[in-house]
Design a protein around this ligand. Structure first.
Ligand SMILES: [Zn+2]
Length: 237
């Protein structure tokens, strides 16, 4: 009998310890003001690096925003794009041919946007609402002819093979700030950015950051996207 009472007592202690621990964890997960960042990826979709990127996001339970090039969308790459969308990522417009659009006429600009939008709608079923100018090259004619919110973002030169995964991760950590949009690339062969994220995502989570998509970032911070404006950090731009 004595043993039984002891057993009951220790079982109760165990249960109550477990509950307290859970409570403590919840408290540390709910800071007063939540710091938010958005990961965004250009130049997909493809069946290589885009897939690795999605696997990495899935591994860490986060979402990202994908700015796709229309001419990269075909029946195979569209399957990957649809997977991203089904994971809760958003699919946005990064032009059709990745031209320097400052050199294009109004008609050519509209054509670049419309062809890519049509392909996104065809495969994903949702209209893009954001646009990233190729090479972050833009002018008033583009503002006047593209009915989407312009996004830039902060990059880590991750299009350069000489910038290692470690260096990319370090730069991302150094520039972390509430409201920031990271400008990254899921172009074929860019595994170093995938590797960098394996370090950066858990580190930033530890610092209290939460990862959202670009549209979610605007909503969560209660900021209405403006025309004639391009955003890198939605709180400071
Ligand atoms: Zn690009």
């Amino acid at each position: 009998m004595k043993n039984f009472i002891l057993f009951l007592l220790s079982a109760c202690l165990l249960v109550s310890c477990g509950t307290n621990k859970k409570k403590a964890e919840n408290e540390t997960l709910a800071p007063v003001e939540q710091k938010l960042v958005a990961l965004s990826f250009d130049d997909g979709p493809n069946t290589s690096t885009t897939v690795q990127m999605l696997n990495m996001l899935e591994k860490h339970g986060v979402k990202g925003s994908f700015y796709v090039i229309g001419r990269n969308i075909n029946d195979s790459s569209a399957v990957v794009m649809k997977r991203a969308f089904d994971m809760g990522c958003d699919i946005q417009n990064h032009s059709f041919s990745h031209a320097n659009m400052k050199e294009l006429s109004a008609e050519e600009i509209k054509d670049e946007i419309q062809k890519t939008t049509d392909l996104i709608v065809k495969y994903v079923g949702v209209q893009p609402t954001f646009f990233r100018p190729p090479f972050i090259s833009y002018n008033q004619l583009m503002y006047d002819n593209i009915d989407l919110t312009f996004i830039s973002g902060m990059g880590v030169e991750d299009w350069m093979p000489s910038v290692t995964a470690e260096e990319r991760a370090k730069r991302m950590m150094d520039m972390a700030a509430d409201g920031l949009i990271y400008l990254l690339h899921d172009m074929p062969g860019n595994e170093a950015t995938v590797q960098a994220l394996d370090v950066v995502i858990p580190e930033l989570k530890k610092q209290g950051y939460r990862f959202v998509t670009v549209p979610e970032l605007f909503k969560a911070k209660n900021i209405t996207p403006q025309r004639n404006k391009i955003y890198s950090n939605i709180l400071t731009d």
